[in-house]
Ligand binder design. Structure first.
Ligand code: ADP
Ligand code: MG
Length: 246
């Protein structure tokens, strides 16, 4: 009980930024506050996710409020669910799924530095997706060629990819990102280092929708990467879990 009522103490969470939304003490609080689809909550239970972790308590409400976020939380603290749950809740809400507002083309992108990580994120996403026909694509050479068919790519909800593959499809004109509403960089310390930075910047530039939400997640964010991240985000909130905030 104590661990739930005092998540800030247990997880040593620090926040920085304007108008930080109230954190949640339970996943049920999400339904009361944001009318999160019942099916998503049921899928949490099915997977035995009973209580939100520190980064989930703070990160989920921030993303549900359509804010940009830089989240720093140690490995194994559930960062994946922190962004997948709000993104999937937003994509499922009646407003965004109504024909008039949804627009055409992929609406959420998660970038990860390796195929292995993208694969793990995809698996986590499938757990939450059970019971509804989500179109979640783990981007690869094979899916890239199916997506060159407009009828296929216009129906995709979420793409999970490494930067290089996605940039190639954008450059070839096979993928339009102007309807992307949520762009997540996982393992952001690596995504923002010189190996990937120019690819990531190209993807960010291709996501031209005015209500694009961006978030970066990482176990650590060295000063250089943090500076780049903060320049990329709009009025961001920064959340740090389990480390002294300097
Ligand atoms: P991180 O990205 O921070 O390293 P992950 O998102 O990979 O962490 O999650 C680590 C593990 O914890 C995964 O097996 C995931 O399914 C599990 N997990 C995530 N959130 C919860 C939760 N609220 N309750 C129980 N298990 C969780
Ligand atoms: Mg992770």
């Amino acid at each position: 009980r104590d661990e739930d009522s005092h998540p800030r103490q247990k997880h040593r969470v620090t926040t920085k930024g304007a108008d930080v939304p109230q954190h949640i003490d339970s996943f049920e609080a999400l339904r009361e506050r944001y009318q999160i689809p019942q099916r998503l909550l049921a899928n949490l239970q099915l997977n035995d996710y009973k209580h939100p972790t520190g980064i989930q308590s703070y990160g989920i409400p921030i993303l549900m409020k359509s804010r940009d976020l830089a989240a720093i939380s140690p490995t194994g603290t559930g960062k994946t669910l922190s962004y997948l749950l709000p993104v999937m809740a937003a994509l499922e809400s009646p407003i965004s799924s109504s024909k008039s507002d949804a627009g055409v083309g992929v609406r959420a992108i998660v970038l990860a530095p390796t195929r292995e990580l993208a694969h793990q994120i995809h698996n986590e996403c499938l757990k939450l997706a059970a019971g509804r026909k989500w179109r979640i694509v783990l981007f690869s050479k094979a899916t890239a060629s199916t997506l060159s068919d407009r009828n296929v790519r216009d129906k995709v909800d979420i793409i999970i990819s490494t930067p290089l593959r996605l940039v190639a499809s954008v450059q070839e004109g096979n993928l339009n990102l102007n309807n992307v509403r949520h762009l997540i960089l996982d393992e952001a310390d690596r995504m923002l280092d010189p190996e990937f930075l120019s690819q990531v910047q190209e993807i960010v530039a291709a996501c031209t929708h005015p209500t694009l939400q961006k978030a970066v997640f990482s176990a650590t964010l060295p000063a250089g990467a943090e500076k780049i991240a903060m320049g990329m985000l709009r009025d961001p909130i920064r959340v740090v879990v389990g480390l002294k905030d300097t």
